[in-house]
Design a protein around this ligand. Structure first.
Ligand code: SAJ
Length: 423
């Protein structure tokens, strides 16, 4: 079948939706961006962006000024609708919260017309695409949907999970392979034609449930591998072995590729998505649940290390531990970005502030001002630090380029104490 997409609507203009909208617009397709935030809509319509991502500002500015991208708070008719809204978890049991997906479905339902395609891009638990089809059908009993009518449905529904790395979104959107899972083969075919408009990577079709699980599997795989490295770092510390040297040596084996330990796992994906697998098969997902606990437990271990370092300073200097000045290097959730959300480094700095009072310095070259939650710390340049204990939390390029500071060092990333580095 020959699919035509004259207008595409993207619902949710965040880290995934806005770059995707700009990408379609760059191929001279009319795109309507939909978001509940008036601020986001106004900013985008001025050709500006409300999030930080390299090269996105240029793409949005040119898409808006050439008239291919326009943002609104109310959905309008289109040929294809992409849903890219958050899918967080909630409650003590980390259950997936699909309320944003449901709200997005209910908002587009009134403008759907026969022949339309609806694609879910948000990372979602297995079964969400079927639920989405059911929510749409509930709102539009005059149309038929694939979970009821199969190949003959008026509306096509598919899942095509986003897989781009924050900081490299504009390149990865074009070049990464895409997994496309339709509720029927015709739904997959329509989505394939949609993504081929700008994706140069391989586009592979499957069913919706497999596509949902593929995305969760990718992030759970990375989580397991990081947990392995984090657990090794605890064991090596006890045994007096440099964990970074150990991993570099083990990785010389042709079939071993261990990731790097750190202060914990941050961001909005890897620390969240594995829980979606756990909640769908709690009795079977034993390794994946333990992985989450290992990675979530790392910040507490780092805090113990810092307290140990402060006691060591007090002992050797003959001073009171309460007089120690501690400097934290890095607050972001990973290197060379300014994103502090769900950052283990930020969590550690906040805890240290609470425990140490005012004598905490923070070096974070990617921000101009400390978040309000760190009201009693001082943001300083690395060259201005005078401290007794230095805590490296993020491997920003600036820290890699400088020598290890003198004093006691707690290095969670192996930047100053890693393989091949001397103290
Ligand atoms: N981390 C380590 N050690 C490592 C690698 C990462 O401690 O060796 C930490 C980072 O410091 C960070 C966290 O893990 O705190 C996550 O960072 P990341 O760079 O691994 O991943 P994200 O969360 O930025 O993006 C991931 C990507 N998934 C995979 O690489 C499998 C990305 O492709 C996904 O699109 C994204 O999640 C998403 O949106 O799901």
């Amino acid at each position: 079948m020959n699919w035509r997409f004259n207008r595409i609507a993207v619902v949710g203009l965040g880290y995934i939706g806005l770059p995707t909208a700009a990408m379609f617009a760059s191929r001279k397709i009319h795109v309507t961006g939909v978001d509940v935030s008036e601020h986001a809509v106004e900013t985008i319509n001025q050709g500006k962006i409300h999030i930080v991502e390299p090269d996105l500002d240029i793409a949005v500015h040119s898409a808006v000024s050439q008239g291919y991208l326009r943002a609104t708070t109310t959905p309008e008719p289109a040929d294809a609708f992409l849903i890219a809204v958050p899918t967080p978890f909630k409650g003590e049991d980390n259950e997936p919260d699909l309320s944003y997906v449901e709200a997005a479905c209910r908002s587009i339902a009134p403008v759907l017309a026969p022949g339309n395609l609806v694609v879910l891009e948000s990372t979602s638990p297995v079964g969400t695409t079927e639920k989405m089809s059911a929510w749409l059908a509930e709102a539009r009993s005059d149309l038929s949907f694939p979970h009821q009518a199969g190949e003959a449905s008026d509306i096509r529904v598919a899942h095509c999970p986003e897989r781009v790395l924050p900081g490299k979104v504009m390149q990865e959107l074009i070049h990464n392979a895409r997994v496309i899972g339709g509720l029927t083969p015709a739904c997959s075919d329509a989505s394939l034609a949609l993504y081929r408009l700008f994706v140069e990577g391989e586009c592979v079709t499957t069913n919706a449930r497999t596509a949902e699980m593929a995305k969760l599997t990718e992030n759970a795989f990375r989580d397991v591998n990081i947990a392995f490295a984090n657990e090794l770092s605890l064991i090596c510390d006890r045994l007096g072995i440099n964990v970074w040297e150990l991993i570099a040596l083990a990785n010389r084996h042709p079939r071993v590729n261990i990731l790097q330990p750190g202060p914990g796992v941050g961001g909005h994906c890897i620390a969240v998505d594995p829980w979606f697998i756990v909640s769908s098969a709690p009795d079977l997902a034993r390794l994946i649940r333990t992985t989450r606990k290992v990675n979530d437990g790392k910040p507490a271990w780092v805090l113990d290390q810092v307290e140990g370092a402060v006691s060591q300073w007090a002992e050797t200097s003959g001073r009171d531990a309460a007089e120690a000045t501690v400097a934290c290097y890095g607050l972001a959730f990973k290197p060379d970005i300014d994103d502090l959300r769900e950052s283990p480094a930020l969590h550690i700095a906040k805890e240290l502030e609470a425990r140490l009072g005012g004598r905490l310095l923070v070096v974070e070259p990617n921000i101009d001002r400390l978040p309000a939650s760190l009201g009693r710390c001082r943001l300083v340049a690395a060259s201005d630090v005078v401290a007794d204990v230095h805590v490296l939390l993020v491997d920003h390029r600036e820290f890699k380029a400088m020598p290890a500071p003198s004093g006691i060092v707690v290095d969670t990333r192996g930047v100053w104490t890693g393989a091949g580095r001397t103290m």
